[in-house]
Write a protein that binds this ligand. Structure first.
Ligand code: PLP
Length: 381
């Protein structure tokens, strides 16, 4: 029997195992090692950032941003409802009230018009997501937040590393942005993340909060002669073994992005013809944005068809999935939010979106099988 094609599949792309071996040989397996420094420098240069702090996940990086912003009970944080739990959870666990923003129907990023209606003096942070690696309307989002001095933007850039908006890197717009290196992402180390620090004034404190509230980093750099407990924080740092593996992937960024672009474009070409007859629509990358090619999805006419296509593809040996369960109507989302709970575009898209298998080494024949299974499952509806 032919093997099932998975939704995503991590792969070795270069020197990951050699670097892992080297990291073990250097006997520095914990955070703040040599490979962590290399990843941080590479990512910092790519963003033009003041610093990049390596963390154990994107969730941790979001939590670190919430600590750095001093989010506390009484503060409101606006996040899209169409996102992963972590975008909201990191702020909710600091006691913030969450206000859910709807998405616009082109890139499925935060809708700047809805955002404008949600903003008031109690909003301390806005957290847009660059869904599937395509930049959201970040300029309009920044414009909407102008004139609110107590408000900061944190970009949840779990999907969009090395994508751009009007020539500027995704993740370089907010005061902070966050990255994920979870096994399902474009660049992986199992579990991993990073906080991109875009303002020089935040660098020292970000390092301290990342390292259990101590100034051990300054001590290791020879800047102080002892290290001690100076602030709040947690143990967010990425192990150097994982950083070594990750560096092997990040070094191959051009090759990885090129492979993903080929898979994306192959799907677009193969599925284009059926758009009219099949009644589905395909992803749009606006001309002023360069995608990071994180995902491929199709929008089906209704939820019943989408769910039937998932089942139909499964029996044909191809995995596919929905995305996301809207947060504004989730049990915990209802508990921590203060909004009116109206996010109609989110409800619509979440009910009709179907993710297709998408990974670096998805071959031409596998892509053919995916499309065949998709069209056959759709025709059977
Ligand atoms: C938009 C978004 N933010 C945050 C996360 C959490 O990432 P991590 O698993 O690295 O914590 C994810 C994970 O899929 C995500 O999709």
């Amino acid at each position: 029997m032919t093997e099932t094609i998975p939704l995503s599949e991590p792969s070795l792309e270069g020197n990951e195992l050699a670097y892992l071996d080297d990291a073990i040989g250097q006997r520095h397996l914990s955070a703040l090692g040599e490979y962590s420094r290399k990843c941080s420098e590479l990512l910092g240069a790519a963003h033009g950032a003041a610093d990049v702090v390596m963390t154990t996940s994107c969730t941790d990086a979001l939590e670190l941003s919430a600590l750095l912003l001093g989010i506390e009970p009484g503060d409101v944080v606006v996040v899209p409802s169409f996102t992963y739990v972590s975008t909201a959870l990191a702020f909710a666990r600091q006691g913030a009230t969450i206000r859910f923003c709807d998405i616009e129907p082109v890139t499925f990023g935060m809708d700047p018009n809805h955002l404008e209606a949600l903003l008031d003096g109690s909003v301390r942070a806005v957290v847009p997501v660059h869904y599937a690696g395509v930049g959201c309307d970040i300029e309009d989002i920044l414009n909407a937040t102008q004139g609110l001095p107590h408000l900061d933007v944190v970009e949840d850039n779990a999907h969009g590393l090395f994508g751009s908006y009007r020539g500027e890197p995704l993740g370089s717009f907010g005061r902070f942005s966050t990255l994920s290196f979870h096994e399902t992402k474009n660049f992986v180390c199992g579990e991993g993340g990073a906080l991109v620090v875009n303002r020089p004034g935040d660098v020292e404190r970000a390092r301290i909060l990342n390292d259990k509230g101590t100034n051990r980093g300054a001590f290791l750099r020879g800047q102080v002669d002892r290290h001690t407990w100076v602030d709040t924080g947690s143990s967010f740092g990425l192990s150097d073994m994982l950083a070594a593996f990750l560096y092997g992937q990040l070094e191959r960024r051009s090759e990885i992005l090129a492979k993903r672009k080929v898979v994306f474009e192959r799907y677009q070409v193969m599925l284009e013809g059926g758009q009219r007859d099949g009644g589905y629509s395909l992803p749009v990358v606006p001309e002023d944005r360069r995608s990071a090619y994180h995902m491929y999805y199709v929008i089906l006419p209704d939820r019943a068809t989408r769910d039937a296509v998932i089942d139909g593809m499964r029996v044909r040996g191809v995995a596919s999935a929905f995305h996301y369960v809207p947060l504004h109507s989730s049990p915990y989302g209802l508990e921590v939010s203060d909004g009116d709970g109206e996010c109609p575009v989110t409800d619509d898209v979440a009910g009709r979106l179907l993710r297709l298998p998408f990974y670096n080494n998805l071959s031409e024949s596998q892509a053919d099988r995916v499309v065949e299974a998709f069209l056959a499952a759709l025709a059977a509806c």
